[in-house]
Ligand binder design. Sequence first.
Ligand code: OXD
Ligand code: MN
Length: 592
Amino acid sequence: MENLFSNPGVAGWLGEWIDRLKPESIELVTGDQVQQESLVDLLISRGALVRLDPVLRPNSFLALSDPKDVARLESRTFICSEQEGDAGPTNNWRSPAEMRATMLPLYEGAMQGRKLYVIPFAMGPEGSRFQMLGIELTDSAYVALSMIKMARVSKAVAEAIDKSGNFVPAIHSVGVPVTGNDDVPWPCNPENTYVAHFPETKEIWSFGSGYGGNALLGKKCLALRIASVIGRREGWLAEHMLILKLTSPGGSVYYVAGAFPSACGKTNLAMLVPTVPGWKAETIGDDIAWIRRGEDGRLYAVNPEAGFFGVAPGTSERSNAMAMKTVSRDTIFTNCALTKEGDVWWEGATETAPDGMIDWKGVPWDGQGPAAHPNARFTVSASQCPMIAPEWQDPDGVPLSALLFGGRRSDLIPLVTEARSWEHGVFLGSIMASETTAAAEGPTGKVRRDPFAMLPFCGYNIGDYFQHWLDFGGKSVNGLPRIYLVNWFRRNADHRYIWPGYGDNVRVISWIIDRLEGRVRGRETPLGIVPDASEIDLAGTPLSPEEFAPLVEIDGAGLVTEVEDVEEYYSGLGDRLPKRLRAQLDELRALI
Ligand code: OXD
Ligand code: MN
C-alpha cells in the first residue's frame, strides 16, 4: 500500500507508519461522493452515526461521542519544541525526545483490526500562496468524513503532495485497537490522550481522542499551532479569527476580522444578519484567519478552512438564522439530542424542548440537565452557507479594515473601544480575558486571560508572539487595520445582558466604520476611544441612549483591580514579554 504515493519521501514516511500502526486495511480518502456514502454506511452499521429524517434534515447524521470525549483537552495538548522557553509559559511543554518516547509505544499496533484512512488535505484556497498541505492518518471513519467537510480533501491534493513531497504529517489514532468483536461506536482512550505538536519538524501526533480539534488535525493543530510558528518565521499571522464582509448602505465594502475565544459567538458574528436597513453582511470564515501584509501595506486575510465546526447550543432562528439554514442538510451533528421525529435539537434551538427526545448520552431525556452537550457541534461545508461571500476562496485573501478583539466579560470592558495605535491594540489584545466555556475541558464561567483568543492555540512562546504582533505592524501604520476591543456580554445588576447582540452588532461595526471614515469623534477613556451614545444608531433596539450609556462606562475602581491583575499575569509571562507592552501597562495605570 506504500504505492499510494510514488514520491520516496512520502511513501517512505507512510510505510514507516503502516509498519508501526499495523492497520488491517488502508484507504486513501479523496472525498468523492461514493466514498462519502460508504463511510456513512460503515459508521451507521457500527452504530456510530444515526441517519436523521431525510425530509426534515436531508443527508444529515448524528454522532454521539463517549461522554469522556467531548471537548478539546487543553491539559493534554503539548508543544514539543527543543527548548522549553520556546513553548513558553502558557503551553504544556515536553521535549520532542520525551514525547516521542511516550507516544511511539502507544502507536505500536494501535490500529490493529482497524482501517487506516490516509487523508491528503489542503488548508487555504487553491492556488493561494497561503495554502499548506498535510496528510492526516487516522483510524476513525468519523474523522475522515468530517475532514472531507472541514478541509480540502481531493485526488488533486494527493497529487500535489506526491509531486512536491511537501506536507505536514498529522498522525491520529483513537487509541483502541480491535482484537475481537469488542468495538464500540466511539472508541477513545482518555487515560492516554495526547495532542502533541513538534513545531521545529512541523509534525502533529494525536492519540486517544476522536473529538473536534483533538482529532480534525487541519484545524487547531495545523492551521493555528503549527501555522503560528511558521507565520512567525515567515512574517505572517495565523489567528483565531472570523472574517466578515460588510457592505454599507452607500455600497462601500469593508472586511473585518475578529478574535474571540471558543464559543463566544464567532460563528454568529461571521453570519450576522444586520438589523439596520441598507447594510449587507457576507461570511468569509468563522474560526481561523491567516493574515499577510500586502505590498500596498494593507493586511490580507484568508480563511484556511473549508467548513464550519460550530457550537450548536444557543444557535437558533433568532441568534443565527444563517447557520440554521446552513445546517438544514448535509451536516454531521455531534452530541445533539435526537427528537422522536428523527431530527436534532439543542438547548436554545427552540423556546421549549420537544418531548420524547434521546439525549446526547443516548438515553431518553428526563428533563434533568442538558439534552445536548454544551459543546455539541455541527460540521458542515462552508459552501452551504447562504451568505458565503463570492470571494471567500480568493487566493489573495481580502484586505482588512478593522480587527476586533472580544471576550465574554460581565463588567468593566466596554461594548467597544478603539485602540489609540497599533501598539495600544496589541496591548489590548495581550490582556484580553474571557469567561471560560464548554469548548475546552474544565469549569465554565471563570474569567481567564486569553490573549488574542490564542491561549490554547499559539504554538510558541506567548511573549515572542506579542513581539511578532508588534513587529508585524512595522514602522509604518499606513494601510494597517485599526484595532477595536469589543464586549457583547456586559450585564446589568440583575445579571441580564444589556446589549441585544447578534444582528444588532452591526450597529457597533457601523460605528467602527464611521470612525475609519472620520465621521464620528467618540470619547477618550483610559482604554481607548468609546462611542458617545449619540453616535450609535439605537433605533429599533430596546435601548434608550440613557440605557446605552453604561455599556461604554469604565468603572475606575474595576480598572484599578484589572491593572493589578494584568500586572500579575504579565509577571507570569517571564522575560520574553515585550518591554513596550509593560510600558503600555504603565501608561494605563497613569491614565486611571
Ligand atoms: C473551536 C474552538 O472548535 O475554538 O473552534 O474550540
Ligand atoms: Mn475556535
